[in-house]
Unconditional design. Structure first.
Length: 84
């Protein structure tokens, strides 16, 4: 029961971290002052829109897995119980 609030809190923090990390990665790939392309924005190229989506998925997946793993290890260290 204790793991659920910890999991929710770490998920929110992980989402914020992933969003900030993706923004920094995209600034290095595209023009620094432009936002990542919206897939529905037909003024930007399809390749940029799809590349941005792929990188965003990669970053969010990696950050989510890292945060979930760290949260589970922290819970285990405190309670000596598996969070699963």
């Amino acid at each position: 029961m204790l793991y659920l609030p910890l999991s929710i809190a770490t998920s929110v923090a992980g989402g914020l971290l992933a969003s900030a990390l993706f923004s920094q990665v995209w600034k290095r790939i595209d023009e620094p002052n432009r936002e990542p392309p919206d897939p529905k924005d037909l003024d930007r190229s399809a390749s940029k829109a799809l590349t941005a989506a792929a990188i965003q998925g990669l970053v969010f997946g990696l950050v989510r897995a890292a945060v979930d793993r760290a949260g589970a290890k922290g819970y285990h260290a405190l309670t000596h119980e598996s969070p699963v």
